[in-house]
Design a protein around this ligand. Structure first.
Ligand SMILES: C[S@@+](CC[C@H](N)C(=O)[O-])C[C@H]1O[C@@H](n2cnc3c(N)ncnc32)[C@H](O)[C@@H]1O
Length: 256
């Protein structure tokens, strides 16, 4: 037994914790998820290209597995007829990853991108969101440049793609501006529950059979307000939301 292994065993026996080398690439350890399960998708050149394109949007924190799920969801939805909608775009990390992955200019569909492009609108924040520090988190994100405040930066980021429609303003007010009659993919990521539920409710009848709804924060630590609000909505529609270890939630629109 090597000295390293002996030290590892000793620490484990004394502390009760498992010791693992921090730079062991068999371990996925980011974004609140630590696992030894395969994350071979990270070595796929197409995934790497999409992730790199998304990084140009200005996201610092690594979120590879969440992006893998978003790409899988978008690719699955791309087999269906209907437009794509994202509610909560920010600089465009996930939507640019998706557009790169699907070679968007070859897609005969529109991607609607809805955001205030200036952070949360506190007319549409619940008491529960406030109890989870929505106000402070929003102010901090704006202060450190993690939330976009200039839509022109976002427009530039998407300039290479056609069939992109920006809808600026607070959800739910802006929802009627989405002209899509059929929606195959809906990504909801606003970090506050009332506009998230309002968006899902508004688009519900327009979601095509089997449409994919991806909820970015459904199971994420510190986002219980969003999860419980979505669960309440799901009950009214007789559907269930899968809770993913990435912190996301996944919902399929049942056939009408
Ligand atoms: C976590 S960010 C979205 C991240 C984005 N999906 C990505 O891939 O990087 C949350 C966004 O929701 C937006 N937002 C929050 N409340 C909103 C509302 N009521 N209407 C529209 N946008 C809202 C914020 O401006 C912010 O850009």
């Amino acid at each position: 037994m090597s000295v390293t292994r002996a030290v590892q065993r000793f620490i484990e026996s004394v502390t009760g914790y498992t010791v693992q080398r921090a730079r062991d690439d068999r371990v996925y350890n980011q974004d609140g998820l630590r696992t030894v399960h395969s994350h071979a998708f990270m070595k796929d050149p197409a995934f790497a290209a999409s992730y790199q394109r998304a990084e140009q949007s200005g996201q610092d924190d690594p979120i590879h597995w969440r992006t893998h799920i978003a790409l899988w969801a978008a690719e699955t939805a791309s087999k269906l007829q209907g437009d794509f909608v994202e509610c909560g775009v920010n600089f465009g990390f996930q939507s640019t990853a998706i557009m790169q992955w699907l070679e968007w200019n070859g897609q005969d569909r529109t991607f609607y991108l809805l955001d205030t492009f200036s952070g949360l609108d506190f007319k549409y924040v619940s008491e529960f969101d406030l109890a989870e520090n929505a106000e402070k988190k929003n102010a901090d994100r704006i202060a450190r440049g993690a939330y976009v405040t200039d839509i022109e930066v976002v427009r530039k980021n998407f300039a290479e793609w056609k069939n992109v429609v920006f809808v600026q303003g607070a959800i739910p007010e802006t929802l009627p501006q989405v002209e899509a009659e059929e929606i195959a993919f809906l990504h909801i990521d606003m970090n506050c529950s009332p506009p998230e539920v309002a968006a899902l409710d508004f688009f519900w009848e327009r979601l095509c059979d089997g449409a994919i709804v991806l909820l970015d924060d459904y199971a994420y630590a510190g986002h219980d307000a969003q999860r419980t609000a979505m669960d309440d909505f799901a009950v009214t529609k007789g559907v269930a939301i899968a809770s993913l270890p990435t912190g996301q939630g996944l919902l399929l629109r049942p056939p009408k």
